[in-house]
Design a protein around this ligand. Structure first.
Ligand SMILES: C[S@@+](CC[C@H](N)C(=O)[O-])C[C@H]1O[C@@H](n2cnc3c(N)ncnc32)[C@H](O)[C@@H]1O
Length: 314
């Protein structure tokens, strides 16, 4: 087992500052290296922390990081969509603070054998939970049809050159099977016109993001998280979500707005007749972003967006 888990938590101070004043129960939905959980337990040493991650390596790393708090932590290898069952298993404790720092960790990105990196040679894998998932990026790249591939690259990567990249993949597929990350990254680099390449932005970024989202069913996982968290929160409890790309951030923003203003009455009605009751209030009018100092220390924090919702007190 590796002694060191490579990940610097983003927006750490902000996540701690947004915790409700006397937090007693915390749910960390994305333990990673346990950085956010650790800071929260340092601030609220009497709190009970329940934590999950779909990556078993992350759960082990978080367990090591939180070893001084073992009596008050319950960490489990699971994904967002398993939370309703887990909450039942835990006796539905209700949480004052739920955090989700979604996406991949630097540890996952920097292990070539996990296949998330377009910089290092590795198998085309990208599974966050290789113990329980079978479907890999290699399956998609070599087996999906043209329509499926284009829609993955467009919908999950917002890739302008989706069609061109896919037709080149299909051409190459007649001659060989794609096996490695660099084979794919090189193909994308050659397809995207030079004038569209930006300094400091690898041309394969969007393609890799799209495949990762598809392999891990990430948007459905986020939908499941957003569907269930309101019922897990105690009155006045808060949900903090950090996302790293616009697709997820948009989903979080829109869901928070709906919870705050669920009214579905026609806008020309003088008063509300639908009877939908607001669930609470958005605490972050705009997404919270990392400071210049944080970005200088940890460039990955540049794309982090934090949004926080507070449930009503009744
Ligand atoms: C950015 S890291 C979290 C880092 C953590 N907050 C820290 O401070 O160390 C994201 C983690 O979320 C996990 N993850 C992503 N999607 C998930 C899901 N649907 N269910 C459970 N864990 C998930 C990943 O495996 C990864 O370990």
């Amino acid at each position: 087992m590796k002694p060191h888990y490579r990940h610097i938590s983003v927006l750490q101070k902000e996540v701690v500052d947004y915790a409700p004043p006397s937090t007693r129960t915390i749910l960390d939905c994305t333990l990673g290296g346990g950085g956010h959980s650790h800071s929260l337990l340092e601030k609220y040493p009497k709190a009970c922390l329940y934590g999950i991650d779909r990556d078993a390596i992350a759960v082990k790393a978080a367990d090591r990081k939180l070893q001084n708090f073992r009596k008050q932590t319950r960490l489990i290898h699971a994904s967002f969509s398993e939370l309703p069952d887990l909450s039942d298993k835990w006796g539905n404790p209700g949480f004052d603070y739920i955090i989700a720092d979604i996406g991949v960790s630097s540890e996952q990105l920097s292990c070539p054998e996990r296949g998330f990196s377009f910089i290092n040679e590795g198998p085309l894998d990208m599974r966050m939970d290789p113990d329980r998932q079978h479907f890999t990026a290699e399956n998609i790249v070599n087996k999906a049809n043209e329509h499926e591939l284009v829609s993955i690259l467009r919908n999950f990567g917002e890739e302008r050159y989706a069609r061109k990249i896919v037709s080149t993949i299909l051409e190459e597929r007649r001659k060989k099977t794609f096996k490695t990350t660099l084979e794919l990254a090189e193909l994308v680099k050659n397809v995207i016109p030079n004038k569209m390449k930006k300094k400091g932005f690898n041309p394969a970024t969007r393609t890799f993001q799209a495949l990762r989202i598809a392999v891990n069913n990430e948007l459905q996982e986020l939908t499941s998280l957003l569907e269930h968290t309101p019922s897990f929160l105690k009155p006045s409890g808060r949900l903090a979500v950090i996302s790293f790309h616009s697709l997820e951030d948009r989903m979080v923003k829109q869901q928070f707005r709906k919870w705050e203003n669920p009214c579905v009455c026609p806008t020309d009605l003088p008063y509300c007749v639908c009877g939908e009751i607001p669930l609470g209030k958005v605490l972050t009018r705009r997404q919270v972003k990392a400071s210049k100092e944080e970005i200088a220390k940890n460039p990955r924090s540049r794309s982090a967006h934090l949004r926080v919702f507070a449930k009503t007190s009744r």
